[in-house]
Design a protein around this ligand. Structure first.
Ligand code: HEC
Ligand code: HEC
Length: 275
């Protein structure tokens, strides 16, 4: 029986995703708690301290600035200046606080017009913020044009890096070879014609991928390679430019090596490096 290559690759992708989830769930002991985890629970914290902590998370662990800028349109995401005020009008029946919290935990529930559904759930890997961090971050967002009134209890108990996974899952190794994947990126895949990735490439045709593993899930990156249009078009870039044919042209081995390479891209270059 002849099976189309795209189907084979997709089945392979599902198998990899399956084993990825399996590993993530079955070996919780390898999870490493991020060192700079913030805990404010039980402590007395003033709104000012909370906002300050939230700003640090925004700029640091949250990696929000790779996509969002304040007072400036980012390449991948809306400007968040004044979001504490505009949030009140985004969704009828939802106040500013509830909208902001929903934006962080379930970004796809309401999309800002003109933007694709590419924001990851920030309490899941790779960003993986905990409840205290979500609390502080919400306070910081509210402080830009709104009223800081968020309480820890407003953040759902189910939110935050779960005991079984946390930031550890994103660091799991796939069965691919990143070195071979880099060769696919620069060679057969031809990705380098449009993308920069860390030390290699310089083309501005597509987004700089140097920090992609810090802000995106393996599922998104896998989908983007197989079916770029289905994953939404990164804002600021033309649609239908990234070839939709990699599912046919790459072998399953090349695909998984390529993915393994992309998951190593956690460059520290700062937000300006991710254009
Ligand atoms: C991979 C890129 C990406 C990352 C990382 C990211 N976002 Fe977003 N964000 C988006 C995009 C695209 C939208 C618009 C589509 C939507 O509404 O989901 C958005 C929307 C939002 C909104 C709603 C804005 C509005 O005007 O209604 C908020 C609030 C927000 N993000 C906050 C954050 C915070 C805080 C972080 C860091 C913890 C973050 N985002 C990380 C891409 C990103
Ligand atoms: C002809 C140019 C071109 C080639 C070749 C190309 N891409 Fe892209 N790629 C783009 C463009 C343009 C975008 C942004 C628009 C969009 O989202 O479709 C993009 C978006 C992406 C994204 C999403 C980035 C983000 O910030 O969310 C990933 C991941 C990606 N490409 C990976 C690859 C890989 C891996 C290859 C090689 C197998 C590749 N691309 C080949 C043009 C290209």
């Amino acid at each position: 029986m002849r099976v189309p290559v795209l189907v084979k690759v997709s089945i392979f992708a599902l198998a990899v995703m399956g084993s990825y989830t399996y590993y993530a769930n079955s070996i919780p002991q390898i999870q490493s708690k991020p060192p700079e985890e913030l805990s404010l629970e039980g402590g007395n914290v003033t709104p000012e301290q909370l906002v300050k902590a939230g700003e640090e998370i925004f700029k640091g662990k949250g990696t929000c600035e790779i996509c969002h800028r304040i007072g400036q349109k980012g390449t991948r995401a809306p400007d968040l200046a004044g979001v504490g005020g505009t949030a009140a009008k985004r969704k009828s029946g939802t106040n500013a606080k509830a909208y902001i919290i929903e934006s962080l935990l379930d970004p796809g529930a309401h999309l800002v017009e003109g933007y694709p559904n590419i924001m990851p759930k920030v309490d899941r890997p790779p960003i993986g913020l905990n409840r205290s961090e979500l609390w502080a971050l919400t306070a910081f967002l509210e402080s830009m044009g709104g009223t800081v009134d968020v309480k820890l209890d407003d953040i759902p108990k189910s939110a935050g890096a779960p005991a079984t996974g946390g930031g550890g899952a994103a660091a799991l190794k796939l069965p691919g070879d990143p070195k071979a994947g880099q060769a696919v990126f620069g060679g057969k895949g031809g990705c380098i014609a449009c993308h920069k990735a860390g030390a290699i490439g310089a083309s501005p045709v597509g987004p700089d991928l140097s920090q992609i593993a810090k802000i995106q899930t393996p599922e998104y990156i896998m989908g983007k390679i197989l079916s770029p249009g289905a994953m939404g078009t990164v804002s600021g870039y033309p649609p239908n430019v990234m070839p939709p044919t990699f599912g046919q042209s790459l072998t399953a081995r090349e695909y998984i090596d390529l993915l393994s390479f992309l998951l190593t891209l956690k460059g520290e270059g700062g937000p300006s490096a991710a254009k």
